[in-house]
Design a protein around this ligand. Structure first.
Ligand SMILES: Nc1ncnc2c1ncn2[C@@H]1O[C@H](COP(=O)(O)OP(=O)(O)OP(=O)(O)O)[C@@H](O)[C@H]1O
Ligand SMILES: [Mg+2]
Length: 244
């Protein structure tokens, strides 16, 4: 059987744990509590894509575009020139929603469908091969029912797979609770789950990363210590080998 085409994250340890990368076109839930690195991992993923001539689009639904640029500007990997050159785009999801005249509270099924079509069409128009929704949790809040959440993520995932666009949906979970999502449905529709956690050691909070599932490929399930640095962004080292 031929091995599936892969989308390299460009983070060496993660690609090696994935035996080459994420299967192209997958929808991956990047979940974890507050401040564990969901946004940074996602931004580094689409920025790295530009090295492979893959365009990216980042839909932000938790920070404003300006705040996001300011925060990510603290890392060497983030380069505003990539935005100006049209190699990647950052789009405020709520501004789009407002411009379309959609509800500010809970969407109707028709409104959810309009937003889905706009995300799909923008992705197509930009010819993006990497897409982020940060966070899917705040979008789910407007979808409310399990049926609408399932329908939205399923439709989005299927159309992006057809466009060979690999997607990260960030998922916010309450602190110190081992859960993958707020609505307990997102993880079943996603093809992959990358879990970012916190563990307390000697009075310090250590960030961790673990691949929970990635449909269609064998992968490691090692828990890594996750560090963030200006020079490298996300840095991963096996927990057993590190000195904690
Ligand atoms: N240059 C840097 N070097 C190391 N750590 C940094 C740097 N810049 C920011 N950080 C850390 O990144 C953390 C936030 O990361 P990030 O925004 O990716 O997390 P998140 O999981 O998306 O958080 P949220 O739940 O708020 O969305 C902050 O706690 C901050 O200390
Ligand atoms: Mg974030």
């Amino acid at each position: 059987m031929q091995d599936r085409p892969r989308c390299k994250t460009g983070i060496e340890v993660l690609d090696s744990e994935l035996n080459g990368g994420i299967p192209t076109g997958s929808t991956v839930l990047v979940c974890g509590g507050s401040g564990v690195g969901k946004t940074t991992l996602s931004m580094q993923f689409i920025t790295n894509g530009t090295k492979f001539d893959e365009k990216g689009v980042f839909f932000t639904a938790s920070e404003t575009v300006n705040k996001l640029k300011k925060h990510q500007g603290g890392y060497d990997f983030f380069n505003e020139k990539l935005l100006k050159a049209g190699k990647m785009s950052i789009i405020d999801l709520w501004s789009i929603s407002d411009r379309l005249g959609l509800s500010e509270e809970v969407y109707t099924a028709d409104e959810a469908n309009i937003l889905f079509e706009v995300i799909r069409d923008i992705t197509k128009e930009l010819d993006a091969k990497r897409l982020i929704v940060d966070s899917i949790t705040s979008l789910c809040y407007r979808l409310q029912t399990q049926e609408m959440i399932r329908d939205f993520i399923f439709k989005l995932g299927s159309s992006l797979t057809a466009m060979r666009c690999t997607t990260f949906l960030t998922s916010e979970v309450p602190p110190q609770v081992f859960r993958y999502s707020q609505y307990n449905i997102e993880e079943f529709i996603a093809d992959g789950i990358i879990y970012l956690g916190d563990i307390e050691r000697k009075g310090d909070l250590i960030r961790t990363l673990q691949i929970i599932k990635m449909r269609g490929i064998p992968h490691g399930r090692t828990k890594f210590v996750l560090n963030m640095s200006k020079a490298n962004g996300i840095e991963l080292s096996p927990m057993l080998k590190s000195n904690i």
